[in-house]
Design a protein around this ligand. Structure first.
Ligand code: NAD
Length: 361
């Protein structure tokens, strides 16, 4: 790819432009808000000048509801030889594109699965999609040239392509992103008016399950409204699990032993399915799930403790795969849980004990 146009130089468009420019592609930047395009250019993402002729690929990085309109304009102006978009939902834009009668032979839908909490070019990063999945949704008549241009774009951004049809994509993001967001918010909402003493008991479980409940509501209403029906379908399934679990819990209070056993069975069943679902989530770099083992170490709340711990693990030749910190409420100490390969646990435990660390359990 020698040249590309990016239409919509917000977070996503500018991040793509930065990645392409860094790999020597001539990038032409456009935005309805000229300041945004100029800001992107000043960051080194490309130029706001007009391209001398059709570019190899135009990336349409505007809100999902505007993709078809911008594609139609760009195709009419002969901006590029191939077109793609980056909208987080795929069925709506595809329907709009069909309704407008846009050409689809030189178009392929796309969705890079990376992002950030902030929008606009100033939040952009050239490595935003490094190692991330990038969904491509070809239309039935998408040409091989358009597919190849999109595959090259994905490679230049350091991402991993996955081909999916728009419906499957929208169901997938409802499952792995949109529904978890709402459920996290609902769990956290129970705390909004809870007693201060209850909230103070919060431990790592509630912290983990509510991390994304801090997201921006307006941004999320926009995201959810583009996939509302599919998310509502998934939530209906969740509601069935909730009803079964509530029924199970009520039965657990029964005087009748058989009912209690049935209740326990119902609760255990939903948890077992949860175990199964969780075990299917891919590990680092999209690799199949790896079972790491955890080693929990007590650390003092003072500067340099974490660095010393990581340094000691490094000295022992152990690769830390993941790390979590649990702060003890009201104490000058915390627990650091290091996830490592199972075979590394005894090595790491021995090395850390030798260097004076206290290990839990
Ligand atoms: N934010 C994320 O985490 C994320 C992740 C993956 C995909 N996406 C998708 O990327 C797209 C852009 O999102 P963003 O986060 O970069 O938003 P953003 O608000 O940062 O940028 C959108 C840009 O599009 C411009 N724009 C709007 N209408 C236009 C038009 N008619 N012509 C030219 N420019 C126009 C805006 O001025 C703005 O600069 C959306 O479709 C979104 O669904 C977002």
């Amino acid at each position: 790819m020698r040249s590309a146009a990016v239409v919509g130089t917000g977070l996503i468009g500018t991040s793509i432009a930065l990645a392409l420019a860094a790999r020597g592609v001539a990038v032409y930047l456009r935005d309805a808000d000229l300041d945004s395009a100029r800001t992107a250019a000043s960051l080194g993402a490309g130029t706001t000048e007009e391209p001398p002729g059709p570019v190899d690929l135009a990336v349409i990085a505007v809100p999902p509801g505007l993709v078809a309109e911008v594609l139609a304009e760009a195709q009419a102006a002969g901006l590029a030889r191939a077109y793609t978009d980056v909208a987080s939902v795929k069925s709506g834009p595809r329907q709009d594109i069909a309704a407008r009668g846009c050409r689809t032979s030189d178009y392929i839908g796309g969705h890079p699965m990376g992002g950030a909490e902030r929008s606009g070019p100033l939040a952009a990063r050239a490595d935003l999609f490094e190692g991330r999945t990038w969904v491509l949704s070809p239309a039935p008549d998408t040409s091989t040239d358009a597919l190849n241009a999109a595959l090259e774009l994905v490679a230049l951004c350091g991402a991993v392509p996955v081909v999916m049809d728009p419906g499957a994509h929208d169901r997938a993001v409802a499952l792995v992103s949109h529904t978890p967001q709402l459920l996290s918010s609902m769990v956290a909402a129970r705390l909004a008016d809870a007693d201060e003493t209850a909230v103070r008991l919060s431990g790592p479980g509630i912290r983990d399950t509510t991390r994304i409940a801090a997201s921006d509501p307006e941004l999320w209403v926009e995201i959810l409204s583009a996939n509302a029906g599919v998310v509502a379908d998934v939530l209906d399934e969740v509601a069935e699990d909730l009803r079964a679990t509530v029924g199970g819990l009520r039965a657990l209070q029964s005087a009748d032993a058989e009912k209690r056993a049935a209740g326990a069975q119902a609760v255990a069943e939903v948890m077992r399915r949860g175990n199964r679902g969780r075990s299917r989530i891919p590990g680092k770099h999209g690799a199949p799930p790896t079972r790491y083992e955890a080693l929990t170490v007590l650390i003092g709340d003072q500067p340099g403790e974490l660095a010393r711990l990581f340094g000691d693990a490094g000295q022992a030749g152990v690769n830390i795969e993941d790390v979590a910190i649990e702060h003890s409420t009201g104490q000058q100490a915390g627990f650091v849980t290091l996830s490592v390969a199972p075979t590394a646990v005894p090595v790491l435990a021995a090395a850390l004990r030798e260097r004076g660390w206290r290990i839990r359990g």
